[in-house]
Design a protein around this ligand. Structure first.
Ligand SMILES: [Zn+2]
Ligand SMILES: [Zn+2]
Length: 287
């Protein structure tokens, strides 16, 4: 490197340093989660420490729906096919659902940032998390699936301006585009009816509430194919189950589900993420 070019690179780095601090001065912004002033120029107003705090699900989960199982580790090792009570009673229409993390704390905030505050750069990080969830499906032999995001009703789409599940799926497909294994088909599934809130309904009522809400618009794109159904959050599984049923009826061969987050029932019963849960997990891990 000549003396001039090293001088230039020194100038450039000091200029970019100045630009960054100038940016921070002109556009003072704090981390939206913890309030710490952000030092780097980023399109996502969340600090690195808060992002690093978002961890993937750990411990034993149902091999079908991904619900957390409060059983000793030794049991989970038995062939790896341990099912929750619900999946033992009712076979879900999807083969397996995988989620990256628990729908609480920073992950919940990150999803809300995208969905309710239109911070679109959050979709890139959520897409990376989705990729990790999908890697958990590879052991089940998922092959060249058609990626289908859970659709929003047209009115909701106009109101929000985008479908968060589609943005996350787009980012995910972009990440793995080199492999050419998966393609996004956003118009395959359509939501023809808006559904009322599922909160407070029984499982049976939720199914009735959502029945007929989805339709397949382009069945030729899914006939005989494996489907990777993508949503932001798996809450009770009613929505993805209904989507899976409709897709199978329209000719899909198999349906897998991947979501960024999942509600864990054992935590829902507690208020937020309880210490009891942590203690219990630690006891189990120690055992
Ligand atoms: Zn922070
Ligand atoms: Zn299950």
């Amino acid at each position: 490197m000549t003396r001039d070019s090293s001088l230039v690179s020194m100038l450039v780095s000091s200029v970019s340093g100045v630009a960054e601090s100038l940016f921070a001065t002109l556009f003072p912004s704090d981390c939206r989660f913890c309030g710490t002033p952000l030092v780097n120029i980023s399109r996502l107003p969340v600090c690195q420490a808060c992002l690093s705090d978002i961890r993937p699900l750990e411990g034993n989960v149902c091999s079908v729906c991904g619900e957390r199982l409060l059983i000793p580790c030794a049991l989970g090792a038995e062939g790896g096919d341990v099912r929750c009570g619900l999946c033992r009673r009712l076979e879900p229409p999807f083969l397996k659902a995988a989620a990256y993390g628990s729908y609480d704390g920073g992950l919940r905030e990150l999803i809300h940032l995208l969905k309710y505050e239109q911070v679109l750069p959050a979709a890139a990080i959520l897409g990376r998390m989705l990729r990790e969830a999908v890697s958990g499906l590879e052991s089940c032999g998922i092959q060249r699936p058609v990626v289908v995001p859970v659709p929003l009703h047209a009115r909701k789409l106009r109101q929000r301006g985008f479908n968060q599940s589609e943005l996350i799926a787009q980012q995910f497909v972009k990440l793995i585009s080199g492999s050419g294994q998966m393609t996004l088909h956003s118009r395959v599934l359509q939501r023809r009816r808006e559904t009322e809130s599922q909160i407070g309904l029984t499982r049976h009522q939720r199914r009735e509430n959502i029945r007929g809400a989805f339709t397949v618009a382009r069945s030729e794109e899914i006939t005989g194919r494996e489907i990777l159904l993508v949503d932001d959050v798996f809450t009770t599984g009613t929505t993805v189950s209904e989507c899976a049923r409709v897709l199978l009826r329209a000719g899909a061969a198999k349906v897998f589900v991947a979501t960024v987050a999942r509600t864990l029932k054992n935590e829902v019963k507690e208020v937020g993420f309880s210490q009891t849960m942590v203690d219990q997990d630690q006891t189990l891990a120690a055992g």
